[in-house]
Design a protein around this ligand. Structure first.
Ligand SMILES: [Zn+2]
Length: 290
């Protein structure tokens, strides 16, 4: 499922294709894709609005619109499992999984293709309600170690489900949580209340490092679903240290990577590098390094 780096890549690559283009028409081929307004009104509402900015918040792609030079709402898309947004020539938009097509003024189309059909699109006048419960953006300057540590302490939840919770921090999913916890040497079931200042700083740095590196590689494509709007796979799957590496040797200690389930989510980690007790981790490292 696309997470922050994949959605960021989609927004960045769509922007030069969409900015300045006006929506002239379109068609909804799968009604449930449209979350708001009513399906019958969706295309008609968008006609005549011009795309002025394409950006990302959490795992949402946001297209800011204007009409006669004034701000005129937002087209928002959540890709969920298999959604793909592309700008293509009308003749090319022939996929059997095409759910929505919006015709642009240069005769190309913004298409939304979605095999599993969990993806959603909205037109909203303001983003307040849709984004009300989202936590901070992990790459924003406002997301600092002090606030992150205080938030971890106050929640008293296991790290894996807490980091997946979009109201705690926005944009992380299964891959990048597992990769961040490994780099921070923290066990996925460790209680957030027990994460001390030093461990919080490690986790904060790991999250930013992993996300930044993944954006640089245009996300991760380990199955056939995620592709950039140019139709290319991402490259960060080549840098996975734990995710999708069950049974393979840990890149640090050579112990086999373990896969368990935490709240029904497949969770990959190294028992030796990410021990359950924070103190045991320190002594095990000291023993290895001596
Ligand atoms: Zn290890």
């Amino acid at each position: 499922m696309p997470e922050l780096p994949e959605v960021e890549t989609v927004a960045r690559l769509l922007a030069p294709e969409l900015v300045g283009r006006t929506i002239r028409g379109g068609e909804v081929l799968w009604a449930r894709t449209i979350a708001a307004p009513r399906v019958a009104d969706f295309v008609q509402t968008l006609v005549g609005r011009r795309c002025v900015r394409v950006w990302r918040r959490a795992k949402f792609v946001v297209i800011d619109l204007e009409r006669r030079g004034k701000p005129a709402g937002h087209l928002v898309c959540h890709l969920r499992m298999t959604g793909r947004l592309q700008v293509e020539r009308a003749s090319r938009a022939t996929s059997p999984h095409l759910r929505v097509r919006l015709v642009l003024d240069d005769r190309r189309e913004l298409t939304f293709d979605d095999v599993r059909k969990f993806g959603r699109m909205w037109f909203v006048e303001t983003l307040d309600e849709l984004f009300r419960d989202l936590g901070p953006e992990p790459l924003d300057a406002a997301f600092d170690v002090e606030r992150f540590h205080a938030a971890l302490e106050s929640r008293k939840r296991r790290l894996k489900p807490l980091l997946l919770d979009q109201s705690f921090v926005a944009g992380l999913g299964n891959i990048y949580v597992d990769e961040s916890l490994f780099r921070a040497r923290l066990h996925p079931l460790c209680s957030s209340a027990r994460v001390d200042r030093a461990a919080a700083a490690r986790l904060h740095a790991a999250i930013r490092e992993v996300l930044t590196a993944a954006i640089a590689r245009e996300g991760s494509s380990f199955d056939t679903f995620y592709r950039t709007p140019e139709g290319k796979p991402g490259g960060f799957q080549d840098e996975f240290r734990v995710y999708d590496r069950e049974g393979e040797p840990c890149v640090v200690c050579r112990a086999p990577i373990v896969k368990t389930f935490v709240g029904q989510r497949g969770t990959h980690f190294c028992r030796r590098c990410q021990p359950r007790s924070l103190n045991r981790g320190a002594s095990a490292r000291a023993a290895r390094e001596s």
